[in-house]
Design a binder for this molecule. Structure first.
Ligand code: NAD
Length: 286
């Protein structure tokens, strides 16, 4: 793999990094869309950092149960819960189950997301509503339920300096316009302003709210962008660091952002994109 050439340069590979500092002990976490891709890696990363984890999923119960078992094999507790994050009653029910099981939550990662792509003039209202409903309204519902629980429980400074931590999974497309994906880019732009407005409102409660904006990460959502050498090479024209991101690249940062090591950070978006937002087209003068 090391001698593979990507656009004339040796391919870089992700570090085999599975080491997480154990700093989230006693802080149950809920991760939405955790049965695959980035959500799965974040759920496992938080568990490696000491957290018990609620594995939210829709559809694939076996995958979610497998991840719950993997978390248990790390010595943590886990609970897989099916809920459609775009439905208020299902989100409320999931939080009630999670709080009953773990006593409270300290961390909520709103990660579930999808795409329904179409040229703008062919995009149906259904495609628009689906993506906004899951990616944006879903994050509203899941962060709101978490804030209600953080307020109910109140501060526990012996467990964490912050009363609660929220992490929103955004995208480089909160910043980079994306033709053919107007619904998706709009949902991520909305997450940016929602996240910062919530952060501003609830900072006095010592609840921290941040976002991660991934670039191209190797998951099922974007398989066509990396699963052939031609597609991968084309993708690398957009990635100055010349490697695709791996879900664990996101998980390591997520575990740190929700830990007390990042205590003074709120309302921030961390771009994890190998330089995709550095306008690589201008690298040689534009
Ligand atoms: P993925 O398809 O593996 O994960 C998305 C998850 O969301 C799936 O497990 C899916 O079942 C779940 N989901 C979809 N609709 C749901 C609903 N209504 N209720 C509950 N869960 C639902 O892809 P991923 O790349 O891991 O995506 C995770 C997040 O990261 C998404 O928000 C995505 O927009 C974001 N993201 C991904 C990339 C990337 O390159 N992979 C880049 C930027 C942002």
């Amino acid at each position: 793999m090391a001698d593979k050439q990507i656009n004339g340069q040796p391919e870089k590979v992700a570090p085999p990094q599975k080491q997480y500092p154990v700093v989230l002990t006693g802080q149950p976490a809920l991760v939405t869309g955790a049965s695959s891709g980035i959500g799965k890696a974040v759920a496992l990363g938080l568990a490696r950092s000491g957290a018990d984890v609620v594995v939210n999923y829709i559809g694939d119960a076996t995958a979610a149960e497998d991840i719950a078992h993997e978390i248990e094999s790390l010595g943590r507790r886990a609970l897989a819960i099916s809920a459609d994050v775009s439905k208020e009653d299902e989100v409320e029910h999931m939080y009630a189950q999670a709080i009953q099981h773990f006593g409270t939550l300290h961390i909520a990662v709103s990660n579930a997301g999808l795409q329904a792509d179409a040229p703008f003039d062919e995009m149906t209202l259904e495609q628009w509503n689906k993506v906004i409903g899951v990616n944006l309204t879903g994050q509203f519902l899941t962060t709101r339920a978490a804030v209600r629980e953080f307020k109910r429980r109140g501060p526990k400074p012996d467990i964490s300096v912050a009363t609660g931590k929220l992490l929103c999974m955004s995208s480089v497309h909160q910043e980079i316009p994306w033709g053919g994906h107007v619904n998706y880019a709009t949902s991520k732009g909305g997450i940016n302003m929602m996240m910062r407005s919530i952060a501003q409102e609830i900072a006095p409660l010592r609840i921290r709210v941040n976002a991660i904006a991934p670039g191209a990460i190797r998951t099922p959502i974007n398989r066509e962008a990396w699963d052939t050498p031609e597609a991968y090479n084309k993708l690398m024209e957009l990635v100055p660091y010349l490697r695709i991101g791996e879900p664990d690249d996101i998980a390591r940062a997520a575990a740190w952002l929700v830990s007390d090591a990042a205590d003074y950070i709120t309302g921030a978006t961390l771009y994890i994109d190998g330089g995709m937002t550095l306008y690589p087209g201008f690298a040689t003068g534009g």
